[in-house]
Write a protein that binds this ligand. Structure first.
Ligand code: BGC
Length: 251
């Protein structure tokens, strides 16, 4: 089965059609910068434009960088606050003229990694963390997703963790790899104290350069591995959710 996956981030919106049985993209992905301000109407326009570029009218899934319950957005840390309370599934559905499944971005990336990538076959507990504009989290036990965890917002030294350790924080504060890896290490130690995962999968755009920082992480009991699908995991997970595959265990 094929579905269009759309990954809405605080910085970019990416899309590609996906073969959900294999987790592979069926064409080169297209990316458009997230509009500023990232209001519901402005983002819905980009989503419509991306679907049109692929001439897509079929099954479609979209991620959102906030808590999403039953298609409705509940939090918006890195996009316009007008999203809070918006039924994103209905909004995108109207703008595309087809049903759209909407889920949290890190949850989507996690489901894709657990099915096709670094978490395949892992019984867990497994934590997927995405480092980008914010820090997203997806928790799996026995391959099943616990949706809408928000471990990017735990407090460290009086600060929101993602303000200290996201990729955006590295860029904004011009941190060296060593300094930023120290922040990530500190963050992961807090996470480990709370959850004791067996495996931590690190994803997001910065996972492309994992060789520069993952080896610098020390003092953790959990295995730390980079995401195998790199930054395409969100697209693949969105398409899987639209196709009715919402957990890592395929029926
Ligand atoms: C949001 C999460 C999201 C993460 C990554 C955080 O600020 O609260 O819901 O998954 O950023 O986009």
């Amino acid at each position: 089965m094929h579905a269009l996956g759309i990954d809405i981030g605080g910085t970019g919106i990416k899309a590609a059609p996906v073969d959900v049985a294999t987790g592979t993209l069926l064409g080169e992905r297209k990316k458009i910068a997230t509009p500023r301000p990232a209001t519901p109407a402005a983002v819905a326009d980009v989503v419509r434009g991306l679907a049109a570029e692929f001439g897509w009218t079929g099954v479609t899934g979209a991620t959102f960088p906030g808590v999403v319950t039953n298609g409705t957005v509940r939090t918006a840390a890195n996009v316009d606050h007008a999203w809070i309370g918006t039924d994103a599934a209905e909004l995108f559905g109207k703008s595309l003229g087809t049903d759209v499944t909407v889920l949290n971005d890190a949850d989507a990336a996690g489901v894709a990694e657990m099915t096709f990538g670094a978490g395949k076959g892992e019984q867990g507990p497994v934590l997927m963390l995405t480092f980008g504009t914010g820090i997203g989290s997806a928790l799996f036990i026995g391959g099943l997703l616990v949706p809408n965890t928000e471990f990017g917002h735990i407090e460290i030294n009086g600060h929101d963790a993602e303000r200290r350790a996201s990729e955006q924080a590295k860029v904004l504060h011009d941190m060296s790899w060593a300094k930023w890896a120290g922040r990530v290490d500190e963050y992961l130690q807090h996470i480990e104290a709370l959850l004791s995962p067996d495996l931590i999968i690190v994803g997001g755009g910065i996972s492309k350069e994992s060789h520069k920082w993952v080896p610098l992480l020390t003092g953790l009991r959990a295995r730390i591995v980079p995401a195998a699908l790199l930054n395409d995991a969100g697209i693949v997970g969105a398409a899987m959710a639209a196709a009715g595959i919402a957990t890592a265990r395929q029926p």
